[in-house]
Design a protein around this ligand. Sequence first.
Ligand SMILES: [Mn+2]
Length: 431
Amino acid sequence: MSEQIIRADIIAADNEKRLAALKADYEALGAKLAREGVGIDAITDKVAQFFVAVPSWGVGTGGTRFARFPGPGEPRDIFDKLDDCAVIHQLTRATPTVSLHIPWDKVDDPRRLKAHADALGLGFDAMNSNTFSDAPGQEHSYKYGSLSHPDPATRRQAIEHNIECIEIGEAIGSKALTVWIGDGSNFPGQSNFTRSFERYLDAMKAIYKQLPDDWRIFSEHKMYEPAFYSTVVQDWGTNYLIATELGEKAYCLVDLGHHAPNVNIEMIVARLIQFRKLGGFHFNDSKYGDDDLDAGSIDPYRLFLVFNELVDAEHRRADDFHPAHMIDQSHNVTDPIESLIRSANEIRRAYAQALIVDRKALEEYQESNDALMASETLKSAFRTDVEPILAVARLNAGGAIDPVAAYRASGYRKAVGQERPAVSAGGGGIV
Ligand SMILES: [Mn+2]
């Protein structure tokens, strides 16, 4: 039995207030879905088995390029971060794993991380390396790049850091490494596109060689920022080339915020699935750039359309299809725990809506060129309020019917605000 941070009676009391209404709503939705030939309990079971990893850096207050406004009770170290992650999972039952960031989450002995996570009933998802900022005391600076840096010693240092991330990951049960680099240039002529990419590929091959057989490596593309003219791994095409060059354990990671506005991300997802190179996601939402807002908060339809591709792939049993689901967000004006609870729910909502799409009808409309009804088939699923399904999935697994309400009722933020004195560091930020 894992340690429960929020008292069970607080969750039970909040659930009790909402139970009768939920039962009625679930029954009504069940009747509606039954008329459409969909069994609600099967959907609820699938939703309950859908999980998404929380980023350790997401539980601290992030910031912008201009300022950071710390909130009360911010985690002081990775152990506090794991406690906050456990609260999210306890209430949502959707986030049993945490994705770590090295060196932000580095401790003297990784077995301490494992022991703390075990006690909380948490596991670890992909490890994230950091060669986009300089750690205190490191010999070579990443100001002008890391894995693609012109200086071989700087590249070597970046390679070794990634290998260290794998070693820490092995000690705590992780099975994947995510590599995102900030390498690029700010001005035309500053760097040679071809030589930079050659150096990057060579460095990634050196990391790949050290990857255990049962691990995967995810490369993450991003159009711009911190570099504003060119970026070495700037789009999914380059990312696909990387994954192909490296080998069968290499996959592409899609961060929803790392594309130009209006890019058809769901189509990128479909392409990567088709060619067996979709490694996973960093879920978040954005309006202008890499805004790192809560998943589904700006464009829930886009999130649904991404999940429509995932469920389509699941439905036709696509080859080598087992994407990692992770959140990557930065919270500037909300309580990070509340934002992550909301995102986990929104991600499950998109999944549930995609599950109730009438795929047979959709295919028939596609084959007969009935554009209106094909589009309407998706819209009809998207319009369905699946909240009762999400709430019952949480409730049956021991979570909260309304996780944000239960969290607020628990007074957790106030309590950790008293226990944890404000710190200036802590490794938040936008990645
Ligand atoms: Mn990301």
